[in-house]
Design a protein around this ligand. Structure first.
Ligand SMILES: Nc1ncnc2c1ncn2[C@@H]1O[C@H](COP(=O)(O)OP(=O)(O)OP(=O)(O)O)[C@@H](O)[C@H]1O
Ligand SMILES: [Mg+2]
Length: 579
């Protein structure tokens, strides 16, 4: 059982433990089918020796009826084994998919990033499918293979000990032939799975970047790259296919050769009176079963390396414990008191420089704070500290004097509406997207949220709340998507708004008017906005200027214009005024 250890072994034992009855059912059905199968050749030999040769027709009819009944048992048993076996394996697959899905939700942004989105999809779909097939194989074919082989050998020995060398040689020969094939096919199969991974990856990247690829006139280059991965996969598949096509004929040749030897040896033994014709027939029947049993066993052994690889990729995710700490449930934060950044520093794993260094400032309820700064200045990272999408590597963020990490995480997130840089709409309807924030909100609530963010007009034009939202909101303009995302944030009625560049795709007039509306509608909330456009700062009660991850200054527009050079430079650059 050495090869059954490791990730797949653990997964398999867990699966069996959870579905003990189903597993027992599969095994019982198989043993029944197997015993019925093993009885057949013996019944056959009885019919020939005592019925056909002796001319006893009633005997032939009687034993024939028994044989028929046994055949029915064999059929029913085999069908039940397959049906229960696939119930078992599809159930295991379903569990794995939902466990992977639920578990991935608990991972921190960093952990998710390390695993990678593409790989998470492959793990959830392809690796689970491979595992499902392997669980099926191991529970059915791999379990019966050795039983049938041993059973058939024992039964044939009972028939004739003198014939036993033939069957032993046949079993060994089969094992060698099938073994060679498997040794050659397995690495190819693993390689072709990697090739599929690669193809998936480039396909995903290219499909999502189609517009950009077209815009740059790079279709040819990209197609060539795709063709290359495609070619590689095809070549591998061809080799696997060729080997598989060869396996069957070779197995048949070996089986037929042993059959010839059996008949030669058998004929001699019949001549010398050591064997009957019926026994020889039965012996041939057992020989076929031994060949089948060995082939089944080897086929099941062939899936183990792949199953092992897939299972450990799955375990890799499931065993990644979330590195997010959370305070006890019921430890509810309050943001009535100011939020303080105290020497907050964030250094991403593997990064040489901190994305945010030693930032200290305070934002109070009822105020709008706009964090301005150039690209890559650390705005998104700074804002992500509030809903704890990242945690500070040094320093802290506090609310009411208490570190955010000691509040209960779900309660913390419930009080914050976070709008990400890309809007994050999902396919469905406008109402469906908005109700992600508040599932029981009435239509009136939805409309008033849409009014706040100047989205009501275009939603009405699209036919109202049931208007369709395409994948990632692709059927809306960038600015419309942002206004829908903001409306979703408003609907929650949070204590804190964290808006990361949520206005960047709107023209300056719309952007500032939406932010003003928001301030009016959420006058008791803390609003923090990250922006590259200086115009947003006009609406701010307080502006925080960041540059290279550091907080350069805080103040209002006029003060900063006067005292803060980076700010002044940004204003000049964006207004087109040249000194
Ligand atoms: N997940 C991450 N892993 C490693 N480095 C990161 C990660 N996210 C951001 N960074 C780095 O941290 C720095 C700050 O990035 P951040 O996204 O906070 O900037 P930003 O001010 O929001 O920029 P933009 O205006 O372009 O959105 C950048 O140098 C960026 O490369
Ligand atoms: Mg950003």
């Amino acid at each position: 059982m050495g090869r059954f250890g490791g990730a797949f072994g653990k997964l398999l034992t867990d699966a069996i433990k959870q579905r003990r009855w189903l597993f027992t059912g599969v095994m019982v059905a198989q043993v029944v089918a197997m015993i019925a199968g093993l009885v057949q050749p013996t019944l056959n030999s009885l019919i020939i020796d005592n019925g056909v040769v002796a001319g006893d027709i009633p005997y032939v009819e009687r034993v024939g009826a028994v044989m028929f009944a046994v055949a029915v048992v064999n059929f029913v048993g085999s069908m039940a084994a397959v049906a229960l076996g696939s119930r078992l394996s599809t159930g295991v697959a379903k569990d794995l998919r939902s466990r992977l899905y639920r578990h991935s939700m608990t991972l921190s942004a960093n952990q998710f990033h390390r695993l990678g989105t593409s790989s998470m999809m492959t793990r959830t779909m392809q690796d689970v499918t491979v595992t499902q097939q392997s669980v099926f194989m191991v529970n059915t074919v791999a379990a019966t293979g050795p039983l049938i082989t041993i059973g058939a050998i024992v039964m044939s020995l009972r028939m004739s000990v003198r014939m036993s060398p033939v069957i032993a040689v046949a079993a060994i020969l089969m094992a060698i032939v099938v073994g060679i094939f498997i040794a050659r096919i397995t690495p190819l199969a693993v390689q072709s799975r990697q090739a599929v991974d690669g193809l998936n990856h480039s396909l995903r990247e290219q499909l999502s970047g189609t517009q950009v690829i077209r815009a740059f006139g790079r279709e040819k280059l990209v197609s060539a790259r795709f063709a290359e991965s495609n070619e590689r996969l095809t070549a591998l598949m061809r080799r696997v296919g060729a080997l598989q096509a060869l396996l069957m004929p070779v197995v048949l040749v070996v089986a037929n050769l042993t059959m010839v030897v059996t008949n030669l040896v058998g004929a001699k033994l019949i001549d010398s009176g050591h064997l009957t014709i019926g026994e020889l027939t039965a012996f041939s029947g057992y020989l076929v079963q031994v060949v089948g049993g060995v082939t089944m066993l080897m086929a099941a052994a062939a899936v183990i390396p792949q199953a092992q690889a897939s299972a450990s990729r799955i375990a890799d995710v499931l065993e990644t414990d979330t590195d997010t700490v959370s305070g006890p449930a019921g430890n509810r934060p309050t943001f009535a008191a100011p939020i303080e950044f105290v020497g907050a520093t964030v250094q991403y794993p593997g990064a040489e420089l901190a994305a945010v260094s030693d930032v200290s400032f305070t934002c109070a309820a009822g105020e709008v704070t706009v964090v301005v700064g150039g690209t890559a200045s650390g705005k998104s990272t700074l804002l992500a500290l509030l809903p704890r999408l990242v945690d500070p590597t040094a320093g802290a963020v506090r609310a009411g004097g208490v570190d955010l990490r000691s509040w209960s995480m779900p309660d913390l997130r419930e009080r914050i509406s976070y709008v990400s840089q890309d809007g994050s709409l999902i396919s469905g309807t406008v109402a469906g997207n908005l109700r992600l924030a508040a599932k029981d909100a009435s239509d009136d609530d939805l409309w008033s949220a849409l009014e706040v963010t100047a989205a009501a007009d275009f939603v009405r034009e699209r036919g109202g709340l049931t208007a369709e939202v395409g994948q990632a909101g692709g059927n809306f303009s960038g600015g419309q998507r942002q206004r829908l995302a903001l409306a979703r944030a408003v609907l929650r009625g949070p204590q804190v708004y964290v808006i990361d560049d949520g206005f960047s795709a709107m023209d300056p007039r719309t952007a500032t008017s939406v932010l003003k509306n928001l301030r009016g509608a959420a006058s008791e909330s803390t609003i923090i906005v990250a922006a590259q456009q200086i115009t947003m700062a006009r609406v701010a009660d307080r502006i925080a200027v960041v540059d290279g991850g550091r907080l350069v200054a805080t103040g209002d527009h006029l003060w900063l214009l006067d005292r803060c050079r980076p700010y002044r430079e940004m204003v000049e650059a964006q207004s087109g005024v040249v000194r």
